[in-house]
Structures are given as C-alpha cells and as structure tokens.
Ligand binder design. Structure first.
Ligand code: HQG
Length: 181
C-alpha cells in the first residue's frame, strides 16, 4: 500500500471499527456499512472516496482488514471493532494447539496480574504464528511474545473464533494459559 492508501485504510479502520458516528455513518450489527452512504458521509467530512478507490484498498490491504459484500454494496472491517453498534456473529472454531500474542514488555506486570483482556476492543487478538505476533507487539514498544495454550483453553470451555483475515479472537486469556517465549 502506498502512503495515500495507508491514510485511507486508517480512516476506514477508524469509522468501520471505532467511531462511525464521527462522520454520521450507520453500521449494522454485523458491521456492514452501505458503500454509497460511506462515500457521502466521508465527503461531508473532507475525505474523497469513490467505489473503485475503496475496492482497491480492500484488495491491496496488507492485512485484509476489510471485506466487501457479495452484492458489492456494503463494506465492513473483518475484526478489531470497539464500537458497541457492532456484534459480529463469528462462528466458533477449534483453535490450533498454540496461539501467540505479541505485546510490549511494559504491559507484562499488568497482564500477569489480570490475564489478557480485550480492553476497548471486543476480543483479545491472537496470532497463528510468531512473526505476525511480533509485528502486532512492535506497535506498542519493546516486543515480547506470549505463547497461549489455546487448545487447552478450548477443551476447558473457552470459545475461539477466526476472522476472515486469519486473526484469532477470544474474549480473555487467564494467566494460567500463557507463558513468555
Ligand atoms: C495489551 C492490529 C495491560 C495487549 C493487530 C495489547 C491486531 C494488556 C494492548 C489488532 C492487558 C491492546 C489488535 C492487561 C492485554 N494489562 N495490557 N491485562 N491485556 N493488554 O491494539 O492485540 O493493524 O487493542 O497485549 O495486528 O495489539 O489494527 O490490541 O498490547 O490484529 O488491523 O493491551 O490490531 O491490527 O492493544 O492488536 P490493541 P493488539 P490492525
């Protein structure tokens, strides 16, 4: 993605995951926004979008953050939401034996007291591989990778989901299921 696309991708993440009301946009409970309405709302707030530009961003997005509906009329973020308007009905899925969570060393004291919590987002985000977890953690500072006993959690009743872009989601991870790599 070039710089302009990254800027638009960040704008779309913001309105489709966190603050649709900031541009007067409505999302349904599955997170979908009408693309025509999104373009109108964005333009009132100084952002020029058009259907082709949006399609290109969705296709070229490095993390496949967005999806367009089959009828091509709607767009949504596939994960990462904090807005209370949205409650995506993710299917349950059996996780791999181990998942990873990349975070920053400064959060460790709190994480080992409380476990991993979703915070403002709807879910704790977990990665299938260490290199993805490293990238996620680096966003926050000096990275540290936690190994999560996902299968054990699943066997003990925790629910897991996988977003369309491969990110694993669960509501929380208690301390006993994690260790530092
Ligand atoms: C930490 C990006 C203190 C947690 C990524 C993380 C991901 C705690 C931070 C997606 C804690 C939350 C999500 C506790 C968790 N005490 N800190 N008890 N429990 N934390 O950004 O997982 O580029 O909300 O470790 O690729 O970093 O936006 O979550 O460091 O998929 O598409 O609190 O966002 O995707 O930070 O990232 P975030 P995340 P996008």
């Amino acid at each position: 993605m070039d710089k302009v696309d990254t800027k638009i991708s960040k704008f779309l993440s913001y309105v489709l995951r966190h603050q649709p009301e900031s541009i007067g946009l409505m999302l349904d409970s599955e997170g979908w926004a009408d693309i025509g309405t999104l373009i109108k709302c964005a333009s009132k707030h100084g952002k020029r979008l058009n259907p082709t530009l949006i399609e290109n961003i969705v296709d070229s997005n490095d993390k496949k953050r967005f999806a367009i509906s089959e009828d091509q009329k709607r767009i949504r973020a596939v994960q990462g939401h904090s807005t209370k308007l949205v409650d995506i009905g993710y299917q349950e899925k059996i996780p791999p034996v181990i998942l990873y969570h990349g975070t920053a060393t400064r959060f460790l004291d709190s994480i080992f007291k409380q476990g991993l919590v979703a915070g403002t987002r709807h879910y704790v985000h977990l990665s299938a591989d260490q290199s993805t977890a490293t990238k996620v953690g680096q966003r926050h500072g000096k990275v540290v990778i936690l190994k999560i006993e996902a299968q054990l959690m699943y066997e003990q009743g925790f629910k897991f989901h996988q977003a369309d872009n491969g990110v694993w989601l669960t509501k929380s991870v208690p301390v006993e299921y994690m260790c530092i790599i």
